[in-house]
Design a protein around this ligand. Structure first.
Ligand SMILES: [Zn+2]
Length: 208
């Protein structure tokens, strides 16, 4: 009797373990299928981004490339070229230099897009240099907002927001809308201190 129970326990456990194994295999298979589907969707998205870029829809392509980049863990080498080229065409030169350099580092001179990548990289570097020169020039510009202005002996300046009328007229869909000027305390002028804050963008509005 005990023997029989023992045998059936063993048989049940063998059956159970076989069942579990096949369940596990099924789960494994589903997981693999899921990965393949995911990969396929990414390739489809990448191809459509490349197509958009080739059709001249660079902004739309950029959006799609970014979606692809967000969803993948490792970036296919060709994508570094296509994204770098597209980045140049939307004027993102730093981004372009960055990605095209990646392609050249990975593929050297023997890649399918190596020659094109070097051409685009050269163009992007030229543009980036121009951009940096403009930035440097801008940084060295001397602007009035960086100085305190002496308003003269009266110490007052006609309010530059309402031009001294104390009223601001806003045109909207229904016609004109009148509001009290929120800067000059219904006086139509600003003190010199207020004026200097205003030109620095630091004068706070009155809430009324
Ligand atoms: Zn005013």
């Amino acid at each position: 009797m005990i023997n029989r129970i023992f045998v059936s326990v063993i048989l049940i456990s063998i059956a159970l373990s076989a069942y579990c194994q096949s369940e596990q295999e099924k789960i494994q298979q589903l997981e693999t299928q899921r990965q393949i589907d995911k990969q396929r969707k990414i390739v489809v998205k990448m191809d459509s981004a490349i197509r958009l870029s080739e059709e001249g829809q660079y902004e739309a392509a950029d959006e799609k490339f970014k979606v692809v980049l967000k969803t993948i863990r490792s970036v296919p080498t060709d994508l570094t070229y296509h994204f770098g080229r597209n980045s140049f065409l939307i004027g993102k030169y730093k981004q372009s230099v960055d990605w095209l350099n990646k392609y050249i580092q990975l593929k050297g001179t023997s890649g399918q897009f190596s020659e094109a990548a070097m051409d685009w990289l050269h163009k992007a570097e030229v543009e980036l240099l121009k951009e940096r020169e403009v930035e440097a020039k801008r940084a060295s510009e001397v602007l009035s907002k960086d100085f305190n202005i002496d308003c003269g002996p009266t110490g007052k300046v006609v309010c530059t927001i309402c031009r001294g009328t104390t009223v601001i007229v806003k045109k909207n869909y229904f016609g004109e809308n009148y509001a009290t000027c929120p800067y000059c305390h219904r006086l139509g002028y600003l003190t010199c201190e207020e004026y200097n804050l205003l030109i620095k963008g630091q004068l706070s509005r009155e809430s009324n």
